[in-house]
Design a protein around this ligand. Structure first.
Ligand code: ZN
Length: 498
């Protein structure tokens, strides 16, 4: 029976891959005029997937392998990995069944209407244009939370969609501790003057050359990778043999592409190294959005902002851009890329202030879902919280509560995974350093394979054999906490304190 079920699930996965390909194409190559025909294609596939996932045939196959109420495995011939998959399939099936097709349709329709309204409202810097549809979305999110059901807090049901098993009860102490640590860090911080080269113009052709140098060294398999450009860089994976990343080159922001490449490269590496033999089953998948984000942040910040990394790459950068870097020392450059500056825009935030932006969004989302605040309160609440957390007040809503697409896309519960990504990354990185005391010297020689192999073995190749909590314990010997992240920041930034 398991075989039949796995075949059906495999077919659903294939449809998912086709849908990812359509989305990737939409954001990279699709002609503008194709937008309507593309949404038709995607709606068709999404409906097909939902139908298959909730069909009587699928339920029959699933319930002949696992008992829905007791979780008991009924097929005696299944392996440990197959048991993990059965439990995950069951969880997802029950979840999908809780959301009626009519609800999914209303939600999809509302978000596709909301998107252009949000764009326009942001452009005109007018929250009142967006608030009526946002009110609808928040109502739908509350409905979704209640349909899915959560034992302690309604927000848990939304969190669980992106970070399985995470709850408000577990998340709040982590974010609370970060809030205290990061706010006081930011308040006590005095930047050196802004480096003049940060906004200098760098020819794109030469930026691309440097990008190639980094790519050559990242432990990515070029035969499984494709790279394009997109306004907001992202990674899309169809299969471990077909991983697509996008990056963005900006003439006046040299660092933009470098860190985007490392970030998306980290996501790509995870997807490429997932156990291919389990493709189409949960064990072949990534654990959670938070764990995925940890892989990108690890390469972007722990490595991309390390002295060792630049010890190898800075001379190459100097060679490609003698002006201005010939006259800037490595230690000066290293300090220059560690500016800490509270600013209103999340995606432009540095590695210290970034998590504070996430905490603000989590607090507002949670308040909306538990009814302790209303949509109309958001702009004021945003300004107050921004002042509390970062000591600044955005001058406009465009730079405040209208900046992100997430709420227009009904992605409530998603933001916390960014903060968790930073925590997981720092804790994994500390474990990697303990296991490889000579890591610095290999990176200084441009050898990034040591970390690549460690991540593959300990994290990527495990697929979804473990929950996020179990994996952290297994790899680092400790439960998730804010300690590693706080010491990572403290250790690094103490050198720049003046
Ligand atoms: Zn990411």
């Amino acid at each position: 029976m398991y075989k039949k079920l796995a075949k059906e699930a495999y077919n659903i996965q294939i449809l998912g891959s086709i849908d990812s390909l359509l989305s990737w194409d939409l954001e990279t190559r699709m002609p503008k005029a194709a937008i309507e025909s593309r949404s038709e294609q995607q709606e068709f596939i999404a409906t097909l997937i939902h139908k298959k996932e909730t069909s009587t045939k699928y339920k029959k196959l699933l319930s002949s392998c696992i008992d829905f109420s007791s979780d008991k495995i009924l097929d005696p011939h299944v392996s440990k990995e197959q048991i993990i998959s059965l439990r995950d399939w069951k969880k997802n099936y029950l979840k999908a069944k809780k959301l009626p097709t009519s609800f999914i349709k209303t939600l999809t329709k509302t978000t596709s209407t909301a998107f252009p309204i949000w764009v326009n409202s942001k452009k005109k810097n007018d929250f009142s244009l967006f608030s009526p549809i946002l009110e609808k979305i928040v109502e739908l999110m509350k409905k979704k939370a209640s349909l899915l059901g959560a034992q302690e807090h309604p927000y848990d049901a939304l969190l669980d969609l992106y970070e399985p098993n995470m709850t408000v009860k577990k998340l709040e102490p982590l974010l609370g501790s970060l809030k205290t640590f990061l706010s006081s860090f930011v308040r006590s911080w005095k930047n050196a003057p802004t480096p003049f080269w940060l906004t200098q113009s760098f020819p794109l052709e030469k930026q691309k050359l440097f990008s190639q140098e980094i790519l050559k060294r990242l432990p990515l398999d070029p035969s499984r990778l494709c790279i394009d450009e997109a306004e907001h860089p992202f990674t899309s994976s169809l299969h471990p043999t077909d991983v697509r990343i996008t990056t963005r080159f900006q003439e006046n922001y040299l660092l933009g592409n470098i860190f985007a490449l490392l970030h998306e490269g980290g996501h790509a590496l995870y997807d490429m190294n997932l156990p291919q033999e389990y493709f189409g089953t949960p064990v072949g998948e990534a654990i959670s959005h938070g764990i995925h984000e940890s892989q990108s942040r690890l390469w972007e910040t722990c490595i991309g902002k390390s002295y060792s990394f630049w010890k190898y790459f800075y001379p190459i950068l100097q060679q490609i851009f003698p002006n201005p870097f010939e006259s800037i020392s490595l230690s000066q450059f290293y300090q220059d890329i560690h500016q800490v500056e509270p600013s209103p825009i999340r995606i432009e935030a540095d590695e210290v202030t970034y998590t504070l932006h996430i905490i603000l969004r989590f607090e507002i989302e949670k308040a909306l879902i538990e009814n302790s605040c209303q949509v109309k309160d958001i702009p004021d609440l945003w300004r107050t919280k921004m002042q509390d957390l970062l000591g600044i007040t955005p001058l406009t809503d465009k730079e405040g509560c209208l900046q992100d697409v997430h709420w227009a896309s009904a992605l409530f519960g998603y933001f916390p995974t960014y903060a968790l990504g930073n925590l997981y990354a720092a804790q994994f990185f500390a474990a990697f350093q303990d296991a490889n005391p000579t890591w610095k010297s290999s990176i200084e020689q441009g050898d990034l394979t040591l970390l690549g192999s460690w991540l593959r073995e300990n994290i990527h190749a495990q697929g979804k054999r473990y929950t996020a909590e179990e994996l952290v314990e297994k790899v680092t010997g400790k439960p998730l906490s804010t300690k590693a992240y706080e010491s990572y920041l403290e250790e690094k930034y103490k050198h720049f304190k003046n």
